[in-house]
Design a protein around this ligand. Structure first.
Ligand SMILES: [Zn+2]
Length: 573
């Protein structure tokens, strides 16, 4: 049996070898990247940095991979999965062990870390809820409800749907009987602390387990199903050490292969939409679990595809959040298309009515601009001058944002035709229009000068490395940074990065192409120190000018010495 450590270095070599011997790196890479054969090797454009000429090589004989282009990354199948899935070693290990059919031995409870225990707790909770759905009286009603909605028994198994009993303690007691402490159950988010006791978070709900990309359950969505208007229809797990809703896409673990095969993913709103669509053969479906599409989710998604078909109710209350998500995706160079749903229907409804209707809707997917055009013209009379103007105000910022000039000119022409004005008028107005995002940025006060100073660029690099490799923070001790950067460094240093989580995540996720982080960090620090001295020099020169003007000889002498010292320091670099 094999051990279950956190880090690769703690792992007995024969365990890794055992898994490696059962799997082929080429097959693993092929799940993500289209490889072509060159001699005895395989190659592809590097999935870890943007490039046109393929410099990512896989050696089938050595079972290693390396990028000889910009990023210089490389390693074995564990390194590849960690990087590709953006996961820790332990998650890559689970994923590959599962694939290899290698069973990992569990350590005693005391030996295991928090994450491992949480994984096990969630697995137990899924099993508990599954059993309740199949066996308990009310659970069976929940199951019938699902079946009436069109979800098959097979899908219930595949998606591991369950039922949380309508009582205060049943899950907590079950987990405690399995050796967990009450405190751990609370920490998992499955129980809520109240004074000196606690109660189950999910009660009387149909349970949808949310999996990570390695298909391990890490959270739940719970839905009420019997007429109770007082409670929220959906309830989701809170943030835990395993679960951050802004980084998880529901169904991605099952959809990823299908997404690659189809070359696009369908983004829907609800769990049942994902399940129903997958059940009828459109398996490339995912949903955000109760959030608008986030930047981090897009970072994950782009490992699989740059093409998104959305199937949202775009006129509903959540429409503006949805649109924001879509615009964020377009900005990140995703190609977004819109599946037009009949009013008030979601994909699950449509599929239940007739799977062919969903198939057809997917086939008739619209360009996002076509969709915006339809929305802008809805309820307007394009012969009325006032309506013409309103339609143009709606569409011009969206047209302005299209990066490709041929495509942009296509929509200018279309708008001119449809509101019956000449193209030049549109082009003139376009020049006066600020692209929507610029406007929004100004509104939120976020507009920054486009050109960053050299020091800003260097500081950003340092932050990216520090967020990724906190052990290097002490190197920055004596470097003068901007207050913005210093805040982040202080948060990282004191372990309070949660307070600045978004900023830390932002930098942690920035691509840093460095062979050797330490070397890169040292070089950035050296350059920043140089920049700081140059700044002091510039200031000293200004002061000298002033002292000359004031004929302040004493001051002039001090300043001249200062300049001399600074110049000497600068030369030492
Ligand atoms: Zn690369």
């Amino acid at each position: 049996m094999l051990q279950f450590p956190y880090n690769k270095k703690d792992m007995p070599d024969n365990t890794i070898e055992e898994i490696k011997s059962r799997l082929d790196l080429v097959e693993i890479v092929k799940e993500y990247v289209q490889l072509e054969k060159v001699g005895s090797n395989m190659r592809a454009p590097c999935p870890f940095h943007a490039e046109k000429t393929p410099s990512f090589f896989v050696s089938p004989t050595r079972q290693t991979w390396r990028c000889f282009g910009g990023c210089g990354e490389g390693g074995d199948m564990f390194d590849f999965v960690m990087k590709m899935e953006g996961v820790e070693f332990i998650d890559a290990l689970r994923l590959l062990a599962k694939k290899a059919g290698v069973k990992l031995e569990k350590k005693s409870r005391e030996e295991r870390g928090e994450r491992e225990k949480l994984y096990e707790l969630y697995e137990l909770a899924v099993q508990f809820y599954e059993k309740q759905l199949q066996a308990s009286r009310k659970g069976k009603r929940a199951k019938n409800y699902l079946i009436e909605r069109g979800i098959s028994s097979e899908s219930i198994k595949t998606w591991r749907l369950g039922y949380s009993p309508d009582s205060w303690q049943s899950l907590s007691e079950f987990l405690i009987s399995k050796g967990y402490r009450r405190q751990e159950v609370i920490k998992s988010g499955l129980a809520i602390k109240k004074d000196d006791h606690s109660y189950d978070r999910f009660r009387g709900r149909i349970m949808f387990p949310i999996m990570n990309t390695a298909s391990s359950p890490i959270a739940f969505g719970g839905r009420v199903f019997e007429g109770d208007d007082k409670t929220a229809k959906y309830l989701n797990s809170p943030q835990t050490p395993l679960y951050d809703k802004s980084k998880v896409l529901y169904g991605l673990d099952k959809a990823k292969m299908e997404i690659r095969r189809h070359g696009f993913c369908i983004l829907v709103e609800g769990y049942t939409d994902v399940i129903m669509s997958s059940q009828m053969g459109h398996g490339n479906v995912i949903s955000t679990s109760g959030t608008a599409l986030t930047d981090q989710q897009l970072n994950i998604l782009q490992r699989y595809t740059k093409n998104i078909y959305t199937a949202f109710d775009m006129d509903s209350a959540g429409a503006s959040a949805t649109k924001k998500g879509i615009e964020m995706a377009r900005k990140k160079d995703f190609d977004v298309k819109v599946i037009d749903l009949p009013e008030g229907k979601d994909p699950a409804d449509l599929i239940k009515e007739d799977p062919e209707k969903w198939k057809k809707a997917v086939e008739e997917v619209e360009n996002i601009m076509e969709f915006y055009f339809k929305a802008a013209f809805r309820g307007k009379n394009p012969t009325e001058p006032k309506d013409k103007k309103e339609i143009a105000i709606e569409l011009l910022p969206l047209i302005k944002r299209i990066p490709n000039s041929i495509e942009r000119s296509h929509w200018i022409k279309k708008l001119a035709e449809e509101i019956n004005v000449n193209e030049k008028a549109i082009v003139d107005q376009l020049a006066k229009t600020e692209s929507k995002e610029k406007k929004e940025n100004i509104k939120s006060g976020e507009v920054k000068s486009e050109r960053k100073s050299r020091k800003e660029i260097l500081e950003e690099r340092i932050l990216s490395i520090a967020a990724k490799k906190p052990e290097m923070i002490e190197k920055i001790e004596n470097v003068t940074l901007s207050p913005f950067s210093q805040d982040i460094i202080n948060a990282l240093k004191t372990g309070k990065e949660n307070q600045l989580k978004e900023k830390v995540d932002y930098f942690a996720l920035r691509p840093i192409e460095a062979e050797d982080y330490e070397k890169e960090m040292d070089s950035c620090i050296r350059e920043i120190k140089k920049e700081n001295i140059k700044k002091e020099l510039r200031e000293a020169h200004l002061k000298i000018k002033k002292a000359e003007k004031d004929k302040n000889k004493k001051e002039l002498k001090v300043l001249t010495e200062e300049v001399y010292e600074l110049s000497k320091k600068l030369q030492e670099f």
